[in-house]
Ligand binder design. Structure first.
Ligand code: TTP
Ligand code: MG
Length: 389
């Protein structure tokens, strides 16, 4: 038996103790609209496309959510569920302006800001709070101040999660929504993750969740019982991440836009798409989601390298890439065509003779950035072991 000194370190001990704040605005687009039209206050409001033209809800305020109106629901269904719903068309320019004001507040405290979309960002404040007397080393106090400044500058409320890593910070920002914050200190991690549903793990979509449920598992605590090797056998490389995440371990750093090499989104469909038409029909919604993520993260001038990733029902993956002037849905459609056409080369003679295409499981859209300047070397983050949260 190895002596105590030669045992490999427990993954949690090895984990770097950072102080991460995840900020997420409350029902963002809807909140902006209600702020600008105070007569709507207290009424159910949704932002989205028209009900008669296959429109979709982008978001709804909390009054409308009581009726089951939520993001991605078709507007026609939303109106059926809540006939008194006030529908406001989206005004992306306005939301982008508010987003800019909010980001400027983040940069007052740290340059380590990773925006995830217009209304959401991770901040690594480890270094800032350790040196700022005002906050006595507490990231929770700092989060309160950030939310106060956001409200002062925009009249909008934000929620915050404060934790030793990105995964837990994001879960925590949802805990006391709207207009609240929740802190998970390092000492709370073990108990907190025990009861956490596996759906809260990033990367666990409907398909993976079903697979995990089929193993008789619904919480992170139960998932901890499964050996690492078994998770890797069942889920490939992602199994290794699952093993750590269900223990509350997440080594991912906050990636600033200077360091970012690409931005992408992808979606696994609950039912595989058996025709090309269905794939192309899904593109506008995917593209809208991509624009959300892409916004503000591109400092590269000139031509853009875009890519489309397609995963087929046999889990094979192909990626079509091209260089374009600007970012446009048309370019992505062109790349999708290229990716789908490739399957002809991969088909068996039998499939060819039956003229049968492989069904599509997943489509992803992305942009690659090049020519990044070397990011300034991070300080010795591994040495950060801050106790106050
Ligand atoms: P979210 O932060 O997911 O939602 P939200 O801010 O509206 O509500 P919550 O209080 O739960 O955080 O998304 C931010 C904005 O992104 C949202 O206001 C509208 C837009 N959005 C879409 O356009 N489509 C979508 O499917 C989702 C989820 C969001
Ligand atoms: Mg939000």
């Amino acid at each position: 038996m190895p002596s105590q000194a030669t045992l490999p370190p427990c993954p949690l001990e090895k984990a770097v103790m950072r102080k991460i704040i995840h900020i997420d605005m409350d029902c963002f687009y809807a909140a902006v609209e209600v702020r600008d039209r105070p007569e709507l206050k207290g009424l159910p409001v949704a932002v989205g496309g028209p009900g008669e033209k296959r429109g979709v809800i982008t978001t709804a305020n909390y009054e409308a959510r009581k009726y089951g109106v939520r993001s991605a629901l078709s507007t026609a269904i939303a109106i059926r569920q809540c006939p008194q719903l006030i529908l406001v068309p989206p005004n992306m320019k306005k939301y982008a302006e508010e987003s800019k004001k909010i980001r400027a507040i983040f940069y007052q405290f740290t340059s380590l800001v990773e925006p995830l979309s217009l209304d959401e960002a991770y901040l690594d404040v480890s270094e800032y709070v350790s040196g700022a007397e005002q906050f006595k080393g507490s990231a929770s106090l700092l989060a309160e101040e950030i939310r106060r400044r956001i409200f002062e500058a925009t009249g909008l409320s934000a929620s915050a999660g404060i934790a030793p890593n990105k995964f837990l910070a994001k879960v925590a920002s949802d805990w006391k929504k709207p207009n609240g914050q929740f802190t998970i200190t390092p000492g709370m991690v073990a108990d907190f993750v025990k009861e956490l549903p596996i759906e809260k793990i990033m990367g666990v979509g409907k398909v993976t969740a079903k697979k995990i449920h089929n193993m008789g598992i619904s919480t992170c605590g139960q998932l901890q019982e499964i050996p690492r090797e078994q998770l890797i056998r069942s889920f490939g490389k992602f199994g290794g991440s699952l093993y750590e995440i269900c223990r509350g371990i997440d080594h991912r750093k906050v990636i600033t836009s200077r360091e970012r090499k690409s931005v992408s989104i992808e979606r696994t469909f609950s039912d595989d798409f058996s025709s090309k038409e269905k794939c192309f029909a899904a593109m506008p919604a995917l593209y809208a989601r991509f624009r959300e993520r892409y916004h503000g993260k591109d400092n590269d001038p000139g031509r853009k390298t875009l890519f489309v990733k397609v995963k087929f029902s046999d889990f094979s993956i192909t990626t079509a890439e091209g260089s374009f002037d600007g970012v446009d849905l048309r370019h992505f459609n062109e790349l999708l065509k290229k990716a789908l056409d490739r399957q002809k080369d991969r088909q068996t003679d039998r499939q060819k003779s039956r003229q049968k295409d492989q069904a599509v499981r997943l489509i992803g859209l992305g942009i690659r950035f090049k020519g990044k300047k070397e990011a300034p070397k991070a300080k010795e983050e591994d040495k950060l072991q801050l106790t106050l949260f």
